[in-house]
Design a protein around this ligand. Structure first.
Ligand code: G4P
Length: 194
């Protein structure tokens, strides 16, 4: 998606060979116009799948997921990372290890919002090692729902997540694929191939 790649090139900051900061439009301040365009792109990619629910994870997955939900006309559920006062029973959970933060956390979704009749699109802001995505896939499986695919805003293709999801036979659509952050420079996968 050219508009997104331009934004990453112009406003993203490479913090290290592994980490890209996009706080000005995705992870802290949010660019609503860009998020709407991102949502439209996901909606068009998964239009023919008969999606009934979108599942994401708090907090940065919510903006692109809501825009995709708006365009597909379906509800959006976000997995919680912290205990909620009101979300206390009937929970589907998965354990997620973050290689970046070296922490293990439990994510949860109420079983009352997912059923075996649902066709689910998972959306997240970043794909790094794929642990969050796998946790969401596990929760969807526990609900007996069908996973139609995963939409990612920014994929770091040099980390293991994409490969692992491909190996599980999951359809993954990433709107920007980053081949490398080496030398403080963002190199997109297409530039490496061409
Ligand atoms: P994984 O799920 O793919 O295995 O990712 P990992 O554990 O490595 O990442 C943990 C958190 O860091 C996630 O956000 C993920 O989106 C984010 N992240 C990973 N790589 C980058 C990066 O290069 N840049 C930025 N900006 N974020 C990255 P989180 O902690 O859940 O944060 P949030 O959703 O509450 O914002």
């Amino acid at each position: 998606m050219e508009q997104l790649k331009r934004k990453i090139a112009e406003d993203g900051t490479v913090l290290s060979d592994e980490v890209l900061k996009v706080d000005s439009f995705l992870n802290h301040q949010i660019d609503p116009e860009l998020m709407l365009a991102v949502g439209e792109e996901f909606a068009s990619l998964f239009q023919s799948e008969g999606i009934t629910k979108i599942v994401t994870i708090e907090s940065s997955g919510i903006a692109p997921a809501v825009m995709a939900g708006l365009k597909l006309g379906v509800p959006v559920i976000f997995a919680r990372k912290r205990q909620s006062l009101t979300l206390t029973e009937n929970l589907l959970t998965a354990s997620v290890y973050s290689f970046t933060k070296k922490t293990e956390s439990t994510i949860a979704i109420s079983a009352s919002h997912l059923s075996k009749d649902d066709k689910v699109l998972v959306i997240d802001d970043f794909l790094a090692n794929g642990q969050a995505a796998k946790g969401l896939v596990s929760i969807i499986e526990q609900a007996g729902a069908k996973l139609s695919g995963i939409g990612i805003v920014i994929e770091k293709s040099f980390q293991s997540g994409r490969k692992e999801l491909d190996e599980l036979g999951i359809r993954v659509e990433s709107l920007a694929r980053i081949a490398s952050l080496a030398g403080g420079k963002v190199t997109f996968l297409e530039e490496v191939r061409s």
